[in-house]
Design a protein around this ligand. Structure first.
Ligand SMILES: Nc1nc2c(ncn2[C@@H]2O[C@H](COP(=O)(O)OP(=O)(O)OP(=O)(O)O)[C@@H](O)[C@H]2O)c(=O)[nH]1
Ligand SMILES: [Zn+2]
Length: 338
């Protein structure tokens, strides 16, 4: 059985990364009157924050925050002018502890990592079943990023009208042992049912959408968030520029609750920061077995005395499929970016 990974705040691994928020103990106890909010867009040192009172505010980082990064999805505390009136600026004085953090490296050889989105529940990997052809290796790499971040993954397979049902089933079977949910969609001009199928998976959650050009991501976002253009207009107020210029992620509220975070500016997804030995901790069942591995075990196929091998050999076909899938993901993090 593929086990569903469930998280509580306590067991989500968010490594205290160098550029992350400061430890609580170092935070100043002042600003008791600070206003909490959610970062919905970031562009060149300007933060679009929606306060819990529902006021969109533009903010900059307070100097006391140091060099710590503030990313879309962060829960922050604001002081200063939080009226949201045109031309006003608030200051971010605190970044709350993160539940999850989606990160990427500049490329596969440079381990310098950057946070992209904080506190998201799931990564929605949008891939077309045809036109352009699906890229399973790229999907695997997105899965690595999601699991490393402590997020669930959902596959949205677009353009199912262009392929056979057998093709869809075959494609989805690659992910069965990884506990990844998948929905196949076909844009249908006569009904919005295809959007509802996806929306069900997004209700009340914070989802990050990734996908390459041409897969139908814009079509999907526009259908899910009917006023997406107006909502992204908020970003333009901050930057004076369009959303596709330099903003790497933007959070849009879903009509039925929850957020969808589009990543129009994210072109590459380097995985150099993902440690192969650590990655197994994203799979509770495998991690338990791997606790018996020799120190420094990479858990790859050629790793000597990896405890996962005898476990799979003496286990069920499902166990073996799970190990194979895990190792396939592990392998995808190396080499040319897919
Ligand atoms: N046949 C078919 N075509 C689709 C479907 N969804 C989107 N398309 C088409 O695929 C093309 C790309 O769609 P977009 O939504 O612009 O794709 P995108 O991923 O946002 O791509 P960029 O805008 O380049 O980032 C468009 O011509 C769409 O009309 C679908 O379900 N079936
Ligand atoms: Zn091992």
């Amino acid at each position: 059985m593929a086990r569903r990974r469930s998280y509580t705040e306590a067991d989500v691994r968010v490594r205290p990364n160098r550029k992350g928020s400061r430890p609580r103990s170092k935070q100043r106890p002042d600003h008791a009157d600070a206003v909490p909010g959610l970062v919905t867009a970031v562009d060149r040192g300007r933060y679009q924050v929606l306060t819990d009172a529902g006021v969109p505010v533009v903010a900059v980082k307070a100097r006391e925050l140091g060099r710590g990064a503030v990313v879309v999805g962060d829960r922050v505390d604001l002081v200063g002018d939080v009226s949201g009136a045109e031309g006003t600026l608030a200051r971010v004085v605190r970044v709350q502890d993160r539940r999850t953090l989606l990160r990427r490296s500049a490329d596969d050889t440079d381990p310098t990592e950057r946070g992209i989105v904080a506190n998201a529940d799931q990564l929605v990997i949008v891939t077309a079943l045809a036109d352009p052809e699906p890229r399973p290796r790229m999907v695997d790499r997105f899965l690595v990023a999601a699991f490393d971040a402590g997020m669930d993954a959902l596959l949205v397979l677009t353009k199912s009208d262009l392929v056979s049902e057998a093709f869809v089933a075959d494609f989805v079977s690659r992910y069965g042992a990884l506990d990844v949910q998948a929905v196949a969609t076909r844009r249908d001009h006569s009904s919005s049912a295809w959007v509802d199928t996806v929306a069900e998976h997004l209700d009340g959650r914070v989802s990050v959408l990734v996908g390459h050009s041409g897969v139908g991501k814009s079509t999907l976002v526009n259908a899910l968030v009917p006023d997406a253009d107006r909502a992204t207009g908020d970003v333009n107020e901050v930057t004076g520029r369009g959303r596709h210029t330099s903003s790497s992620a933007v959070a849009l509220p879903l009509p039925a609750g929850g957020w969808i975070i589009d990543t129009p500016g994210v072109r590459s997804f380097g995985l150099a920061h993902v440690d192969p030995g650590d990655f197994v901790t994203a799979f509770e069942d495998l991690a338990q077995v791997a606790a018996q591995c020799p120190r420094g075990c990479t858990h790859t196929e050629d790793a000597p005395d990896c405890a996962l091998d005898p476990w799979a050999e003496s286990g069920t076909a499902t166990d073996r499929a799970r190990l194979d899938s895990f190792r396939r993901l592990l392998a995808s993090r190396q080499g040319v970016e897919g």
